[in-house]
Design a protein around this ligand. Structure first.
Ligand code: DQA
Length: 140
């Protein structure tokens, strides 16, 4: 099974960025632990701070991979373009968030991505990614 994790802006700063909200672990270390835990799964990781690059990756992987785990970060709440890209592809997308966006500012309560996803997992810290992965593997 081929799964790509796509992370949006500022998630390259995990471990340094607002640790009280996002925790102390950087994503590369977490990703390596996922690869160790799920050796049968072909896991790919991409992060960008640039909206168009995220759209390019969604298009690139969105017709051949078995699943996309997408944390579009702040673009979740602003990007019609990323929402449209998720709608355009055939690969199922699970939207994840590290923090519980509904317990935060109201501008974080709306997502342009959710309507076109298979499902959403919000607020479980980095474990949100593993829960999304488990969901894809269960349908394998
Ligand atoms: C986030 C939540 C977003 O509101 C925020 O802009 C992020 C991270 C999360 O994973 O909790 O950058 O997507």
């Amino acid at each position: 099974m081929k799964i790509i994790i796509i992370n949006g802006p500022n998630l390259n700063l995990l471990g340094k960025r607002e640790p009280e909200v996002y925790g102390n672990q950087n994503f590369e270390a977490y990703f390596a632990s996922l690869q160790e835990k799920f050796p049968q799964t072909e896991l790919t990781y991409f992060q960008s701070n640039i909206e168009g690059e995220l759209i390019d990756k969604i298009q690139q992987y969105g017709f051949s991979f078995d699943g996309i785990i997408l944390n579009a970060a702040a673009y979740t709440h602003t990007s019609v373009g990323i929402g449209d890209a998720v709608k355009a592809i055939t690969t199922p997308v699970i939207e994840v968030h590290i923090s519980n966006t509904f317990a935060r500012e109201t501008f974080r309560h709306h997502s342009f991505i959710s309507p076109n996803t298979k499902g959403i997992i919000i607020g479980f810290g980095l474990q949100s990614y593993e829960l999304a992965l488990l969901s894809f593997l269960k349908n394998d």
